[in-house]
Write a protein that binds this ligand. Structure first.
Ligand code: OOG
Ligand code: MG
Length: 265
């Protein structure tokens, strides 16, 4: 695998995605114009997008793994996990009201997030390295939003679109990993008071710490390390739920408490 896009094309695609994100309009999958686009091209576009946001003053505060569970892969029709970056502008407080008028077609996901107390770097980062570098874990709701028409994409397009990152809310009860058996943590998701999905964290690559190790190794391939203090989301345990104004989503996690958000216009 290698780069097939020119520097000029990477810059142009990153700005196309940035515009779609900022103005919340949908665009065609990038592979319609570039059918031979590789994963390396996709991460190069994502990196360019990250640089653009950093130049505009956004701060990268962590990373997310996406498509790390079977329910997500089946829902989106892809067969491997990917990575995206998280910035301070995407964070929202627990119990806050999230506006959807500045998003295209938002969906909510429930994830376990890791707060790092020491740096992690690839290659060959392992689950054990992740557990040793973790200060605590906490539950989170991620609000994803594909910038592609109909929320339909292929792997290269979604990676370029920063793995659909849009907003995230961390909350609940922070816990030390030593006090938990991560794979067996259960979650029940309610939307407007009704249970809409449930699952166990083992859906995420067998153990969400594996998803963090995977992320660190991909981030290494992008030429970066993950500093202490980074917030790392391991990926949705269940399929994502479409949300609309007026909705209320609560994720109740075993041991880790619950996180809730509301949505408005
Ligand atoms: C890609 C992002 C998936 C997750 O947790 O699996 C993701 C998408 O489904 O749009 O964030
Ligand atoms: Mg996610």
């Amino acid at each position: 695998m290698s780069l097939t896009l020119s520097r000029e094309e990477i810059v142009r695609l990153a700005s196309r995605i940035e515009t779609a994100q900022v103005y919340a309009h949908s665009i065609r999958k990038l592979t319609e114009e570039y059918p031979d686009m590789t994963l390396e091209d996709a991460y190069a576009v994502q990196t360019e997008l990250r640089r653009n946001f950093e130049k505009a003053g956004h701060r990268v505060i962590g990373w997310k793994a996406g498509l790390t569970s079977k329910p997500k892969m089946i829902q989106m029709g892809v067969d491997k996990p990917g990575v995206g970056f998280l910035t301070d502008r995407m964070a929202r407080p627990e119990n806050s009201v999230i506006t959807v008028s500045d998003l295209v077609h938002p969906r909510a996901e429930c994830e376990i997030a890791f707060m790092l107390k020491s740096e992690l770097k690839g290659p060959n980062c392992t689950r054990e390295d992740v557990l040793a570098a973790t200060d605590y874990v906490m539950p989170a709701i991620e609000i994803i939003d594909s910038r592609f028409t109909g929320f339909k994409f292929d792997f290269e397009s979604v990676i370029a679109d920063n793995s659909s990152s849009a907003r995230f809310v961390a909350g609940g009860r922070p816990m030390y990993v030593e006090d938990l058996d991560l794979p067996t943590i259960g979650v029940v998701i309610e939307q407007n008071g009704e249970i809409v999905a449930m699952g166990a964290a083992a859906e995420v690559l067998g153990d969400p710490a594996e998803a963090v190790a995977f992320m660190v190794n991909v981030i290494h391939d992008m030429g970066e390390t993950v500093p202490a203090g980074s917030f790392m989301m391991s990926g949705a345990i269940t399929a994502a739920q479409a949300v609309k104004p007026g909705d209320n989503v609560v994720a109740r996690f075993q041991h880790l408490g619950s996180v809730s958000v509301r949505f408005s216009d």
